[in-house]
Design a protein around this ligand. Structure first.
Ligand code: UTP
Length: 297
């Protein structure tokens, strides 16, 4: 495969949102720390970045987000206690999170939107393509997505988004892409993007999900992007500018993902994600499924 650009090494994980859909649970705790079975959602996302070969993780945090830093840090007193008890299994689980590699943090002083959160990573990322992973979208580790997107970025030299097909009635909850097929390729060209369109306005049923591999040209565009929907600086609006533009760093491409994805950003989707992943656990999955069959509410 022809490589136009530098390879992707850095991941930016925006986690500075207010998580209002999950109140009151998120009043004092980041929504990214909500447990998905027995690990916080954010841990799955960092694990995904590391297994895709990304060696430099930058998390965008804000007020009330200290638990995120603590989770990925060493916990000497806890580790010593588990060691003394000879509880190797729990000790390994605790050390796993801090062993995922150094994580860098930068604070977004005010949650002005996802686009603004990504812009906060500018200085750390510099002039190279980078991945963005949203903390409330989980991609099953058995399914390939990020590495495919990184290959498409290297091949096209543009920016790459991940798309899923949704029921037309669901599209207004997502960013939506108008696309064209590219002959001989399994990725598509993104002609335009619109954030949370009404069903009538939506150009397709292809919804943008929380994985991006972006050309650093997005930073200049974000600097100029005015607040859009909801008064927030929208990453979708900046990508729309790149999709319509010409020259170095323009061009947006899409990878249509057909694997397993779990949304943990709202209550019902979160509950479904937890039940799906819990029912696959060797230690209690079968018991849980048996109980669910008998559960009638
Ligand atoms: P969401 O819109 O899903 O997160 O943003 P939110 O704003 O926290 O949630 P609700 O809608 O109020 O319930 C997607 C991702 O972007 C981050 C969020 O933390 C989430 O991971 N984000 C959003 C920021 O980092 N900063 C922002 O200003 C907005």
């Amino acid at each position: 495969m022809k490589t136009l650009g530098k390879s992707v090494r850095k991941a930016v994980i925006p986690a500075a949102g207010l998580g209002t859909r999950f109140l009151p649970a998120t009043k004092a705790m980041p929504k990214e720390m909500l447990p998905v079975v027995d690990a916080p959602a954010i841990q799955y996302v960092v694990e995904e970045a590391v297994s895709a070969g990304l060696t430099d993780v930058l998390m965008i945090t804000g007020r009330n987000k200290r638990a995120l830093e603590d989770h990925f840090d060493r916990a000497p007193a806890l580790e010593r206690t588990l060691e003394l008890k000879g509880d190797q299994v729990r000790l390994d689980a605790v050390q796993h999170a801090s062993g995922l590699g150094p994580i860098h943090y930068v604070r977004q002083g005010e949650p002005k939107g996802l686009g603004h959160a990504v812009l906060c990573g500018r200085q750390h990322v510099g002039d190279e393509p980078f991945a963005v992973l949203l903390g409330d979208d989980l991609i099953d580790e058995r399914d390939e997505l990020l590495t495919t997107m990184m290959d498409v970025q290297a091949k096209t030299g543009g920016s790459v988004i991940a798309l899923i097909e949704v029921e037309p009635s669901q599209i207004s909850a997502y960013g939506c892409a108008d696309i064209s097929a590219i002959e001989g390729e399994d990725y598509v060209r993104v002609n335009s993007l619109v954030e949370k369109p009404s069903v009538d306005e939506a150009p397709s049923n292809l919804a943008v999900i929380g994985r991006y591999v972006l050309h650093p040209a997005v930073f200049d565009v974000l600097e100029e992007t005015e607040p859009g929907r909801g008064g927030e600086i929208q990453l979708t609006d900046a990508l729309q500018t790149l999709a319509a533009g010409e020259g170095e760093g323009s061009g947006v491409y899409g990878v249509v993902f057909r694997g397993r994805r779990y949304d943990t950003g709202d209550k019902l989707s979160y509950l479904k994600a937890v039940i799906t992943l819990a029912s696959e656990r060797a230690e209690f999955g079968e018991d849980l499924k048996t109980w669910m069959k008998t559960f009638s509410g």
